[in-house]
Design a binder for this molecule. Structure first.
Ligand code: UD1
Length: 354
């Protein structure tokens, strides 16, 4: 069986790694990894391949940045000849980025079976480009690997036949569990006793410069009690430059985007993580770390129901209230969702081998 994995953006890399590893156990499987080049900076891409031990991608399509239409179209144009040449029996796509939907579309037209890892998640908010990517990808895929039962319900509601859906658990947590000891070895001794770890990159948060400035001011207000460590995504760095905040920014530790191990190490020590990322809502749930998500909705409701995640929306008052609560040691308890046990990729490999 010939399998091509397609990845493109930072959150894809920790999802593909355990699946590649699990499939190596099956001698009948030949696999290759195609990187679309959606992310291309060293610390947004290469460093993850190095740390996760999956080797460099076999093919890099080097599409780079662009509008959604340009990027998606460019990936399709460059991926189609790869499929025609390599004639895979199966293509696996991951998550909800533009590379995911672009590859799924190419395969659907060429009648190549596609499997979607992290299928069925829904925010029910079509203003998010990722929600459009999720909806389209799941309709095109023949095999849907879901991380939690809510995803199965979403797919069933959309009319996906049950035989296409496989509840396998969370591959991102597979990677977290495997890498945790190495991450703990990276913990720096000079970290503040308490700190907030911040990541923000969604267009809904960072493209609105006024709202972004509001959030940064709020974080700066708390930074006396709670130092703020903020690894900044390239999109966000560009937008911060437009806020005209100077004095306030001096209170925040703005860092370059961090490698996987260093970021995981910080998550294990943070008092609170403030984020708009999907994956970080899951990682904090597993780690039992308090997480404040600066979004009105989440495609990962299980992190709110069972985990430590709280949605604070676009509401500075709510953010302040929740931060004050956490500083008073009022913590949300959590449970680890079923099948978030480090073996999701093994389940995927077993299903594929059958
Ligand atoms: C993409 C995904 C988002 C995911 C995020 C993780 C889509 C629609 N969005 O958003 O779901 O959460 O990745 O980071 O696929 N840039 C660089 N260097 C890079 C990559 C990007 O400087 O290596 C800059 C470019 O200016 C680019 C901008 O970041 O225009 C945005 O990159 P893009 O891949 O379009 O979207 P993300 O915001 O990263």
């Amino acid at each position: 069986m010939r399998i091509i994995h397609v990845v493109g953006a930072r959150p894809n890399f920790m999802k593909v790694a355990p699946v590649v590893r699990a499939l190596r156990e099956y001698t009948s499987v030949r696999q290759s990894v195609v990187h679309t080049g959606q992310h291309y900076d060293f610390n947004m891409s290469d460093v993850f391949f190095q740390e996760l031990g999956i080797g460099a991608p076999d093919i890099n399509l080097q599409v780079g940045s662009g509008s959604h239409a340009q990027q998606t179209a460019e990936i399709m144009k460059r991926f189609e000849p790869v499929v025609l040449e390599h004639k895979p029996d199966l293509v696996l796509v991951y998550g909800d980025v533009n590379s995911t939907v672009a590859a799924a579309l190419v395969c659907a037209k060429l009648l190549v079976v596609v499997g979607h890892v992290e299928a069925g998640l829904r925010s029910f908010d079509r203003t998010m480009p990722e929600e459009v990517n999720r909806l389209v990808t799941d309709q095109l895929c023949g095999i849907l690997f879901t991380p939690s039962q809510d995803a199965d319900f979403n797919l069933a509601r959309e009319g996906v036949p049950p035989e296409r859906i496989h509840l396998v658990g969370n591959v991102m947590i597979d990677t977290l569990i495997r890498m945790l000891p190495a991450a703990e070895a990276r913990i720096q001794q000079d970290l503040p006793r308490q700190f907030a770890l911040v990541t923000l990159h969604r267009p809904g948060n960072v493209d609105d410069v006024e709202w972004l400035a509001n959030m940064l001011r709020t974080l700066a207000e708390f930074s006396g009690e709670l130092p703020v460590l903020f690894p900044v995504h390239p999109r966000t760095r560009e937008r911060i430059g437009k806020t005209n905040l100077n004095g306030e920014l001096a209170h925040l530790r703005l860092l370059e985007p961090l490698p996987y191990l260093e970021f995981l190490a910080l998550q294990t020590r943070a008092t609170v993580v403030i984020t708009d990322s999907g994956g970080i809502q899951e990682e904090t749930t597993y780690l039992g770390k308090q997480c404040l998500t600066v979004r009105e909705n989440t495609e990962r409701p299980i992190t709110v129901e069972m985990g430590t995640n709280t949605l604070v929306g676009r509401d500075v008052g709510r953010l302040k209230t929740e931060l004050s609560r956490i500083l008073c040691h009022e913590k949300k308890a959590s449970r680890i969702p079923p099948l978030w046990d480090g073996r999701a990729a093994e389940r995927i490999a077993r299903i594929l081998s059958n």
